[in-house]
Design a protein around this ligand. Structure first.
Ligand code: UDP
Ligand code: MG
Length: 317
């Protein structure tokens, strides 16, 4: 491939003038590296002027394509929408807040040209992230990697996928997708590039704590049924414990000892109650996912897009 087309896919949620900065910075770097490229910008139901900025840029530059989702469907859905629209020989998925250093893109493209199908940017440091953020993402990534064998340690969403890998990814039918996981699960020859996570330029993180928890639960339930097995194991543990306790009590009763312990009874009730509820909760999470999948609703809805039929053609607002 002599002159490959690189699609840059970026989700945008209330980034405001960050959109201008993003396009300018990334455009400069790609042009500087002599890479033919297009932008696929997905407005994830922004309530600010992000969409009008995207539309403005796509009028000026036919390489900029935009799609506006009908509401905020979340970053994962926006990413998927972007990946489905990308027409390049390789796609680069990148955050639009410039926390993922675009300067790493040419290196990623080189790895791809050297034969890697998936190039992941891994974090060297995270000066741009808060301590709580760093800790929680470490714990989650470690737990995820331990439970699923899909390695997420130091992983980011900043990735390059070659066309075959992208087509494989798009064949996955799941509704609640988890890009970081699915893009690892597909396999293909991989390479990594080290990056430093920068401070966010403008605005604060668009993720709420609740949103992050949902993402974590979604990620886990879509990749492993280990929590269900844990519930089973806990159940077996409790059963064994009850047998031992029962036998001990029986022996004491037969040998004439008194069987007392109101506090113990209450404690045991509480502990078993907690485990039962937790177990139900875990099962419930899986049930909720099944429910979501069988309902089969579209993963996102498009309100409007900057129309044009392919790269290189003029954009119409
Ligand atoms: N984002 C999105 N929809 C959302 C939340 C975030 O499209 O509901 C986008 C956001 O515009 C940014 C990227 O996802 O380009 C990462 O979001 P953010 O910087 O808030 O996450 P963090 O860097 O804190 O993980
Ligand atoms: Mg960010």
């Amino acid at each position: 491939m002599n002159d490959p087309l690189i699609s840059v896919v970026a989700p945008i949620y209330n980034e405001g003038d960050g959109v201008d900065r993003f396009l300018e910075r990334v455009g400069e770097i790609l042009a500087g590296a002599g890479l033919r490229h297009e932008f696929v910008l997905i407005d994830d139901g922004s309530t600010d002027d992000s969409w009008s900025r995207i539309a403005h840029h796509s009028r000026l530059d036919s390489r900029v394509r935009g799609m506006r989702l009908s509401r905020n469907f979340g970053k994962e859905a926006a990413l998927l929408a972007g990946l489905e629209q990308a027409s390049g020989d390789a796609v680069v998925v990148i955050d639009s807040d410039l926390q993922h250093p675009p300067a790493a893109i040419p290196a990623m493209v080189r790895r791809w040209q050297d034969g890697a199908h998936v190039v992941e940017a891994v974090k060297r440091n995270r000066t741009g992230q808060s301590l709580g953020n760093r800790l929680s993402s470490r714990v989650f990534n470690k737990a995820f990697t331990g439970l699923t064998k899909v390695d997420l340690v130091d992983a980011t969403d900043f990735r390059l996928l070659g066309r075959p890998a992208l087509d494989a990814l798009l064949r996955m039918p799941e509704h609640s997708s988890f890009f970081r996981g699915t893009s690892s699960w597909i396999g293909f020859t991989r390479a990594t590039v080290e990056i430093d996570i920068d401070h966010r330029e403008g605005g604060a993180s668009r993720w709420s704590v609740r949103g992050l928890c949902r993402l974590a639960v979604n990620g886990l339930t879509s990749f492993t049924s280990a929590p269900l097995h844990l519930v089973t194991m806990a159940g077996i543990g409790f059963a064994l414990f009850s047998v031992v306790l029962g036998v001990q009590t029986l022996v004491r009763w037969v040998s004439g000892g008194s069987v007392a312990g109101f506090t113990t009874v209450i404690l045991l009730l509480l502990v078993t109650g907690t485990f039962v509820l937790l177990g139900l909760g875990v099962i419930g999470e899986y049930l909720a996912r099944i429910h979501e999948e069988v309902r089969g609703r579209p993963r996102y809805l498009v309100q409007e897009r900057t129309v044009f039929s392919g790269p290189g053609e003029p954009a119409v607002p």
